[in-house]
Design a protein around this ligand. Structure first.
Ligand code: AGP
Length: 602
C-alpha cells in the first residue's frame, strides 16, 4: 500500500532511492517518483506512471545529482495512476516535497480551506494537502511546522518530507502506517520496510504512532506530537541482503514456496523456545475466541479453528476482520481475539483488534514482521519466523501461520490439561518430520508444471476439500485468482450437491484435496459425483487408493503426514499450480494487477 524511502548522506542519492524503491515495489506499482535537493539547493521532482523500471527509463540521461532525497512507489487510492497523482507532491512555493503512505481522511475539508486561501491543487490525491499545509503553517523551521500540521491530520499515514529551507534534513512522521529509520555511519535512511535499505545498514529504529523524526546524515532525533524529545535505542536485524534477492529463482513467489522447509523449521523452533509466552498462563481466563484476519491469513484462521476447538476446547468464531469490526459481537474481558497477519500492518485486522481491546478483550496476534504495528498493539504475540515475504501472494507465511496455530492449540491444550505430556511429545515428533515431508512433496514440481501447462487456458476452476482441508480449497482458489486472474472457487466438497454441482461439465477442472483421513470415504463419494458429471478431476492426495486413481485425470501425491497436519502439505501443490499457470499465461506473478502486499487502508 505505497512504499516510501528517503536518504541523507554522502552517496549519490538517486541510485539509493531507486534501489530502495525496487525493494518496496511489492507495496504498490501504479506509479513512482523521487524528489531530491540538488547540489545547487534546488528541489527536483521526477515521476513516472508504472513501475520503478518506468521511472528508471524516465530518469535516463538526466544526470540528477544530490545527497538528500525521498522516493515513493504508489498503490492508487485517491485518483488514478497518473503523473499528476504520483508522489512526491510539492508545495506551491517549490520549497517542500513529500511522500506519503496512507490516507488523510479529512483531506476534503483541509483542501477546501486551502483553496479558499488561494492554493491550487494539481492532483486528485489526499496527500497534496499536506504539502500546502506545511507552506501555509510555516513557523520558524520544518520540525515546528510539521508538529503543527500533524495535529490537523486525521487518518493513517507515514510521511517523509524534505525542504530547500533546511536542505540537510528529512522530517518523517508516522501514524498508523509503517516507517523505520535506518541508521548508518554518516548517512541515515527512512523506509516503509527494512529490506529497502538493508544493503546499507542493519541498525534500525521503528517510528511509533504520533512520533516525528528529524534525520540528518549524522543524527536522528525523535519527538512526540507535543515536541518533547524521546530516547530510542536502535535494534539490529540479523538478516543479510539475500533475503531481499531472488537468489536464482525466477520469482520471489517460487523462492518463497521452496523456502518452506526452512521457514517451518525456524517457526517450530521459534515457538518451542518461547513456551514461556504469558498467553499460556492466562488461557483459563477466556471462554470464547474470535479469530480475525484477511485473505490468506483468514484461511489459516479457518484451519486454526479446528485445532483450537479440538485441543484447547474453547469455542472459536472465525471472521473477516473487515466484517467483524462493524458487527456488534458479544465481546468482553473473557474474550480472546486472535488476530493473524503476515505484515502486522493490515488496517482491517489492526483496527478490529484495537476496537475489541477497548471492549475489554485481550489480543493475541500471530505476525511475521517483527516490530510491526499489530505486534506492538497486541497483549500477546506469537511470531512466524519466515523472514521477509516479498511475493504479493502469501505462501511460506501461510504454512508458518498454520504451524503456529497448531502449536498454540496443542501446547495450550497441554497447559489446560486436555492433552497429556506424552501426546504433546507425539505431536512434536510429527512436527519434526514435517519439513522433510514438505521437501519431498516439492519434488512433484515437474508434474504440477505439466498439469499447469495443460489447463492454463481454462476459464474457471473449482477447488474442493472437506474438514481441515476445506480452507485448503479456499486458499488454492485464492492463489489462482490473484496471480493468474482465472476465476476460481473453493467449496466444501460435501456442500457441492446443494448447488455448485450445476457448474460441472467436461470443461471444468475440479481440484480435489483428498487426504486419507477419517472423512476420506466421503470425499471419494464427492469425487465420484464430479466424475459422473464429466468434470476433470485433479487430485491432491497422500493415498494409494486404486478407486481414487481411476477417478483422477491428474494425480499429485503428497507425503503422508499426521492427518492433523495435512493442510500444511496439501497447499504446496496448489501454490505451485497457480504459480505455473500464471507464468505460462505471462502474468506478473510477484506483482499481480490491482494488488499490494500490505493493505493499510480499510
Ligand atoms: C495473500 O496471497 C494475499 N495477497 C492477501 O490476501 C493477504 O493474505 C491479506 O491481505 C492479509 O495480509 P496480512 O496477512 O499481511 O494481514
Amino acid at each position: 500500500m505505497c512504499g516510501i524511502v528517503g536518504y541523507v548522506g554522502s552517496r549519490e542519492v538517486v541510485p539509493v532511492l531507486i534501489h530502495g524503491l525496487m525493494r518496496l515495489e511489492y507495496r504498490g506499482y501504479d506509479s513512482a517518483g523521487i524528489a531530491i535537493i540538488d547540489e545547487t539547493g534546488n528541489l527536483i521532482i521526477e515521476k513516472a506512471v508504472g513501475k520503478i523500471k518506468d521511472l528508471t527509463e524516465h530518469l535516463w540521461g538526466k544526470n540528477i545529482k544530490g545527497h538528500i532525497g525521498i522516493g515513493h512507489t504508489r498503490w492508487a487510492t485517491h485518483g488514478p495512476p497518473t503523473v499528476e497523482n504520483a508522489h512526491p507532491h510539492k508545495s506551491r512555493d517549490n520549497s517542500i516535497a513529500l511522500v506519503h503512505n496512507g490516507i488523510v481522511e479529512n483531506y476534503v475539508q483541509l483542501k477546501e480551506d486551502l483553496i479558499s486561501k488561494g492554493y491550487k491543487f494539481s492532483s486528485q490525491t489526499d496527500t497534496e494537502v499536506i504539502a500546502h499545509l506545511i507552506e501555509e503553517e510555516w513557523d520558524e523551521n520544518l520540525l515546528k511546522t510539521v508538529l503543527k500540521v500533524a495535529k490537523k491530520l486525521k487518518g493513517a499515514y507515514a510521511v517523509g518530507i524534505i525542504s530547500t529551507k533546511e536542505p540537510d534534513k528529512i522530517v518523517a512522521l508516522r501514524k498508523g502506517s509503517p516507517l523505520v529509520i535506518g541508521i548508518g555511519e554518516g548517512e541515515n535512511f527512512i523506509a516503509s520496510d527494512i529490506p529497502a535499505v538493508l544493503e546499507y545498514t542493519n541498525k534500525f529504529i521503528t517510528l511509533n504512532d504520533d512520533e516525528i523524526a528529524v534525520i540528518t546524515k549524522d543524527s536522528v532525533d525523535i519527538y512526540n506530537i507535543d515536541g518533547e524529545k524521546l530516547e530510542r535505542e536502535p535494534f539490529t536485524v540479523n538478516w543479510d541482503i539475500s533475503v531481499a534477492e531472488k537468489e536464482g529463482y525466477k520469482h520471489f513467489m517460487l523462492k518463497e514456496i521452496h523456502q518452506q522447509p526452512k521457514s517451518l523449521t525456524d517457526t517450530i523452533s521459534g515457538f518451542l523456545s518461547n513456551l514461556d509466552n504469558p498467553v499460556f498462563d492466562n488461557l483459563n481466563k477466556f471462554n470464547k475466541l474470535y479469530i480475525i484476519a484477511c485473505g490468506t491469513s483468514f484461511h489459516a484462521g479457518l484451519v486454526g479453528k479446528f485445532w483450537i476447538e479440538k485441543f484447547l476446547k474453547i469455542p472459536v468464531i472465525v471472521d473477516y476482520a473487515s466484517e467483524f469490526r462493524y458487527r456488534e459481537s458479544p465481546i468482553d474481558e473473557k474474550t480472546l481475539i486472535l488476530a493473524i497477519s503476515q505484515s502486522g500492518e493490515t488496517a482491517d485486522t489492526r483496527f478490529a483488534a484495537i476496537d475489541s481491546q477497548k471492549k475489554g478483550a485481550k489480543v493475541l496476534s500471530i505476525v511475521n514482521v517483527v516490530g510491526s504495528s499489530l505486534s506492538r498493539e497486541s497483549d500477546y504475540v506469537l511470531y512466524t519466523y519466515c523472514g521477509p515475504e516479498i511475493g504479493v501472494a502469501a505462501t511460506k507465511t501461510y504454512t508458518a501461520q498454520l504451524i503456529t496455530l497448531f502449536l498454540f492449540a496443542v501446547y495450550g491444550g497441554l497447559k489446560r490439561g486436555f492433552i497429556s505430556q506424552r501426546e504433546f511429545e507425539d505431536f512434536r515428533h510429527h512436527l519434526s518430520i514435517l519439513p522433510k515431508a514438505i521437501e519431498e512433496t516439492l519434488k512433484w514440481e515437474d508434474k504440477i508444471k505439466d498439469i499447469a501447462y495443460k489447463y492454463q487456458n481454462v476459464k474457471d476452476f473449482l477447488f474442493l476439500g472437506r474438514g481441515l482441508n476445506y480452507p485448503t480449497a479456499l486458499e488454492g482458489a485464492l492463489k489462482l485468482k490473484e496471480i493468474s486472474y482465472i476465476h476460481a472457487e473453493g467449496y466444501p466438497a460435501g456442500e457441492m450437491k446443494h448447488g455448485p454441482i450445476a457448474l460441472i461439465d467436461e470443461n471444468m477442472p475440479v481440484v480435489c484435496i483428498a487426504p486419507e483421513d477419517e472423512i476420506f470415504e466421503k470425499m471419494l463419494s464427492n469425487i465420484q459425483e464430479v466424475k459422473a458429471r464429466k468434470g476433470i478431476v485433479i487430485t491432491v492426495t497422500d493415498s494409494d487408493n486404486s478407486e481414487l486413481e481411476k477417478l483422477s485425470d491428474e494425480i499429485v501425491k503428497v507425503e503422508k503426514v499426521s492427518s492433523q497436519l495435512s493442510p500444511i502439505v496439501n497447499i504446496l501443490p496448489l501454490q505451485l499450480l497457480s504459480y505455473y499457470i500464471a507464468t505460462f499465461l505471462g502474468k506478473d506473478v510477484d506483482q499481480p494487477r490491482n494488488l499490494a502486499k500490505t493493505v493499510t487502508v480499510e
